[in-house]
Design a protein. Sequence first.
Length: 630
Amino acid sequence: MENEIKANLLKRIDALRTHQHSDGSWRFMFEGSVMTDAFMIMTLRALDIENEALIKQLVERILYMQTADGVWKLYEDEKAGNLSATVQAYTALLFSGHVKRDDRLLRKAERFILHHGGLEKTHFMTKWMLAVHGLYPWPRFFYVPLSLLLLPTYTPLNFYELSTYARIHFAPMMIAANKKMSIKSKSTPDIRHLFSSPNRDLHDTWYDEYRSVSSFLTNELKKLATFPSYIQGLGYREAERYILERIEKDGTLNSYASATFFMIYALLALNYQKNSPVIQSAISGLESLVTKTNEFYHLENSTSTVWDTALLSYALQEAGVSSDDEMIQKSLRYLLKKQHTKRGDWHIHNPGVSPGGWGFSHINTINPDLDDTSAALRALSRKAAIDESVRAAWQRGTTWLLSMQNQSGGFAAFEKNTDNPLFTYIPLENAQDAATDPPTPDLTGRVLEYVGKYAGMKQHHPSIQAAVKWLLSQQHRNGSWYGRWGVCYIYGTWAAVTGLRAVGVERSHPQLAKAVQWLKQIQHEDGGWGESCESAAVKTYKPLTFSTPSQTAWALDALISVCRKEDEVITRGMKFLLKAHDLPKRQLHYPTGIGLPGQYYIYYHSYNDIFPMLTFAHYLHKKKTESNRT
């Protein structure tokens, strides 16, 4: 099997040489659901922008993703279908004018929507998009005073206690919602037939009926609402400033398509004209995110170029490609150019630290995150050991990364100590997932894996000791850890186990033994592993009926870091992974990344290259190490 693995790695290395771009990057698709494609069609029609070729291309993908039952799903095994995705697709197709309401499959979609509660039961982001087009009533009483943005950061209820993801989306969403923004064009369809109860008062159907706002939060927002009108006006101007200062050079807001859509409607609510430069630039930025995947075009919510390039460069070096190889050299030059030099919002909770992180997309200059930073630093580590100029960037990045540790000991995705539980009581879906940025096991594990292997930091160091203690406290009773940014318990367990091992936690540690036992228990008969996207929504492990390459690689990598090479579970898993390129499309294309649990999942086109390559490399390293010991 060892020879097969080596041959497999050589093929992967040769293929990646041909796919590398001249600037040193690898550009793989960051593929999501129909949401961005649907929102783009609606926005182009609302603004009367003539780009019929693009609209037709997006329509083709939306139609392709519809099931024979007439619905749209976020992942294949979603039990019936996804209501919000189906409403988004249905509405966009009518907006496009290329599909009529009497189409047979749209009739099926219509029946599904009504059977599952109608427009009233869609996610609040979908309601918002319908409302700005006059297709859903705005809430009558829900009002978030934008004077919230004026509160100093030392107050318990201030704008910067929200996560960066929430801020960049909520600021434009609240502008439009507060002003009851509505725009219609000749293309706006009539979808009143999709209301389950057309005679019902729909103004207050926005809120998550299973959650309630804490009395403290309610009272504080009410106090803000009583501020004089000129203060409220200052709040709007501050929200506008906040948005405009975070537009990237391609015109997108923080490099997210979703936030950019919301920004366009917020600016219209603030009396910007459709043809204003900032709105036209935003449309151009959105158009630049349209990429062809196989035979269809898709508007990526963001590119994943930095993430993919960092992980691939590191995986290739782990697989034996020298850091002096031209392919690696080019990738490192690209990564060095993408290191951030500007202070982003992260400095509010982490003042006095110089920039040094990396972001996710190629256009991101102000919103670094810890996962991309540790990925880039892994890729740079070997070169940093012998090249002083690279070492300076590496040290700057490592300093920034370590400075982002939370008081609890864990590490979050974007910011430090932005985990005020008060904001999780906002009565909107996914508030617990997106309103704050708490430390997570996957991020903490990934940081530990990096600093343990490449920064020489072990568990006797006070910071690492605190991180290890926090991470161990997060293990579930069954032995798994929850992963926020990958699907899901397999991902979190992989990150936690490899992180703990990297900083010197003994393989005999009882909690590692428990994790190993859990991974072995959930292995499939074919030798692989597979977990459903449903896990992220219900916060409980839900197995797939089939295995996927990336999840199998994660499970194996975790086991390799603890178990001996001849373990039968590892052998079976490696045999599965060696044949993974011949798997059916449903297994190769299953989304194993998470954007918003229950609402947005990602199929990373790079993952079937990155993680099997890493696992194969680590397996060979393990064999060599254990052979030397014997």
